[in-house]
Design a protein around this ligand. Structure first.
Ligand SMILES: Cc1cc2nc3c(=O)[nH]c(=O)nc-3n(C[C@H](O)[C@H](O)[C@H](O)COP(=O)(O)OP(=O)(O)OC[C@H]3O[C@@H](n4cnc5c(N)ncnc54)[C@H](O)[C@@H]3O)c2cc1C
Length: 265
C-alpha cells in the first residue's frame, strides 16, 4: 500500500502588509495580500521528494478562511494529490490549541497517515506550537526542526542541525516532522499543472465533517486572549565607531563583555 503523507500548510499575510483590527486585536486577514507560509512550501517539497522516490500519496490540509483556496490550488499545482481546506466560521479566531486540535481531528478523519509534515513555524504568529501540538493530540512521535527528511521501509529519517553537528533520527511511522525554513528548494508550479489543479479542485470540510463540538474550536476553544497591543518605538542606537586600522580596542571591548574568549581559557 502507498505511503500516505499529509502536509499542513497555512496561508499567511504577506509580511509587508500586516493589518491589526483595533477592536478585536486579531489580524485582519481580509485587508492583506495572502501567501503560502514559506516554511510550508519546504514541508510540501519534502513530501514531494519522498513521493518522487517511492510513489507516496500527498494530501495537503489547511485551516483557514475561504481565500486560502489560492494556497490549495498552488499546492496541487506543485504536485500534491489531494487538498482539503478546513473552513467554517466556527474555526475563526483560533489560537494554537484549537488550531492543533482541529488539524489533528481532520487528520484522524482522513484515516490512514504515515508521515505528517509541517513547517517549523508560521511567518505571522510564529509560535511553532501547531506541528508538535498535532503530534501530541494524535499521540504519535515527532521529529522537530528537520533540515532533511527521508523515508525507508517504514521509517522516517530526519536530520537535525545542532550547534556541534548533525543529529540523525530514525523513527517508525506514523511520525510528524517539522521542517526548517529554506531546508530545500521548492519546485515551481507550471501553467499546465495549475490548469489541471483548478480542474481537479479541492475539498472544503466544515465543522460537521471534522466532527468537533463548536465550543472546542475557534475563539471559544482558545485559552489565549489578547488584551492589548501597542506599537513600540525603535530606540535610537548610540552607534559607536571603531578605527579599523586599530582593532585592538574592539577586541578588548568584546573580551571585557565576554563576547570573545582567549584560547587558553
Ligand atoms: C500570544 C498569541 C496569541 C494569539 N491569540 C490569538 C487570538 O486571540 N485569536 C486569533 O485569531 N489568533 C491568535 N493568535 C494566532 C494563532 O495562534 C495562530 O494564527 C494559529 O493558531 C497558528 O499558530 P501559528 O501561526 O503560531 O503556527 P505555528 O505553530 O508557528 O505553525 C507551525 C506550522 O504548523 C502548520 N500550521 C499552523 N497553522 C496552520 C493552519 N491554520 N492550517 C494548516 N497548518 C497550519 C504549518 O505547517 C506551520 O508551518 C495568537 C498568537 C499568539 C502568538
Amino acid at each position: 500500500m502507498a505511503v500516505e503523507i499529509i502536509v499542513m500548510v497555512k496561508q499567511v499575510p504577506d509580511s509587508q502588509e500586516v493589518v491589526i483590527d483595533p477592536v478585536t486585536m486579531n489580524l485582519n486577514r481580509s485587508m492583506t495580500r495572502n501567501v503560502t507560509n514559506r516554511a510550508d512550501e519546504n514541508a510540501l517539497e519534502a513530501a514531494l521528494s519522498i513521493k518522487d522516490k517511492i510513489g507516496a500519496n500527498v494530501t495537503v490540509i489547511s485551516m483557514g478562511p475561504p481565500q486560502a483556496e489560492t494556497t490549495m490550488i498552488e499546492c496541487l499545482a506543485r504536485g500534491a494529490d489531494r487538498a482539503i481546506l478546513v473552513s467554517d466560521r466556527f474555526f475563526g479566531g483560533a489560537d494554537t490549541y484549537p488550531t492543533g486540535l482541529t488539524l489533528a481531528a481532520t487528520i484522524s478523519k482522513i484515516g490512514k497517515y504515515d508521515i505528517i509534515i509541517a513547517g517549523e513555524e508560521s511567518s505571522d504568529s510564529s509560535t511553532g506550537h501547531v506541528g508538535p501540538g498535532v503530534a501530541e493530540f494524535l499521540d504519535i512521535d515527532q521529529i522537530t526542526y528537520a533540515s532533511n527528511v527521508d523515508y525507508e521501509d517504514g521509517y522516517v529519517i530526519g536530520e537535525r542541525e545542532l550547534e556541534d553537528g548533525t543529529e540523525v533520527v530514525k523513527v517508525p511511522t506514523p511520525v510528524l516532522v517539522t521542517v526548517l525554513l529554506n531546508s530545500n528548494d521548492p519546485r515551481r508550479q507550471t501553467l499546465r499543472r495549475k490548469i489541471d489543479a483548478i480542474r481537479k479542485g479541492f475539498e472544503v470540510w466544515n465543522i460537521e465533517k471534522v466532527g468537533l463540538p463548536p465550543e472546542w474550536v475557534g475563539v471559544r476553544g482558545s485559552p489565549t486572549i489578547v488584551r492589548r497591543m501597542r506599537s513600540i518605538k525603535e530606540k535610537e542606537r548610540a552607534g559607536k565607531k571603531y578605527d579599523l586600522t586599530n582593532l585592538g580596542e574592539l577586541v578588548k571591548e568584546l573580551y571585557e563583555k565576554k563576547v570573545l574568549k582567549m584560547e587558553e581559557e
